[in-house]
Write a protein that binds this ligand. Structure first.
Ligand SMILES: [Zn+2]
Ligand SMILES: [Zn+2]
Length: 283
């Protein structure tokens, strides 16, 4: 079975290990058909806040040209062994939307896909803080359920822009173990969100990184996966690798889980065009 991994970081973002070439070699060793880089958006596009260590979260904008030319160099070297795609994981904020869209537009001939993610939320009275970094946690002050509601509201406006191809780790706030209590309301809101995703023809990740975190499960959880399957929203399986050894992490189990949940549609992206792939055709 030939799978592809589109959520890959590298040392460029300052919190991942390994250079691009090491990731490509790891993907070839794992027998993947494609690897796509999705480095974090340059930190200059992240908010300035005492709760946001920007330089640790994104690549410096001055590395961007290197990112593109290095991917082109690797595409040429490994063209007979693997397809290499160019993407980016973009943090969405309402206030910086125009600037971010201008940035994406500036390099539009480069992108195969853009992952839209939310790692930081803007909470009334607390300002902007990262929901997945324990050093800045505000779950106990705000209340776990309210954090989820604020996060989901921000996801809704991300989806509404229609600027993103893939939604990254849809239930990220659970990463360090904070689960919503009012599950009825939570899944209802998630279902509404997935309707919006369907309308905008976005894809959703089955991101295996959660299995390596305290929560020890993929993003999304099984109930959200069930709704995705019901709505026939296309998925990609991704590792969110932050070191070369994590490329294609747990993909065989991920495929088994998708089969069990009757998720049939995976997808690929080339120059921001989606191509549906039936899971059955891969097996
Ligand atoms: Zn990262
Ligand atoms: Zn992310």
């Amino acid at each position: 079975m030939k799978l592809w991994d589109y959520h890959i970081h590298s040392r460029l973002c300052r919190h991942a290990k390994g250079n691009l070439e090491e990731y490509v070699k790891a993907a070839i060793n794992k027998n993947l058909s494609e690897i796509g880089f999705s480095e974090h958006i340059p930190y200059e596009y992240l908010p300035i806040s005492p709760n946001i260590p920007r330089e640790e979260y994104g690549m410096p904008e001055k590395e961007l040209q290197y990112y593109f030319t290095e991917i082109e160099r690797l595409q040429a070297i490994f063209k007979d062994e693997i397809v290499i795609k160019t993407g980016m994981e973009v943090d969405y904020f309402e206030w910086s939307e125009n600037e971010v869209i201008k940035f994406l537009e500036q390099y539009r001939d480069k992108w195969d896909y853009i992952i839209g993610s939310i790692h930081m939320i803007d909470s009334p009275n607390f300002g902007i803080w990262p929901v997945d970094d324990n050093r800045y946690s505000k779950y106990s002050e705000i209340g776990v359920d309210d954090v989820y509601y604020q996060y989901i509201e921000q996801l809704a406006s991300l989806i509404e822009t229609g600027e993103y191809d893939i939604l990254g780790h849809i239930d990220l706030p659970k990463k360090n173990g904070n689960r919503p209590q009012n599950t009825k309301r939570y899944y209802l809101l998630m279902e509404n969100l997935l309707d919006k995703i369907k309308t905008k023809e976005m894809a959703v990740e089955l991101n295996t990184a959660g299995a390596r975190k305290p929560i020890e499960e993929y993003y999304p959880d099984k109930e959200i996966l069930r709704i995705i399957s019901e709505k026939k929203i296309p998925m990609i399986i991704s590792s969110d690798a932050h070191s070369p050894m994590e490329v294609g992490y747990d993909f065989n189990n991920a495929v088994a889980l998708l089969e069990k949940n009757d998720v049939t549609n995976l997808c690929k992206f080339t120059k921001r065009k989606k191509e549906l792939v039936k899971l059955n055709d891969l097996i």
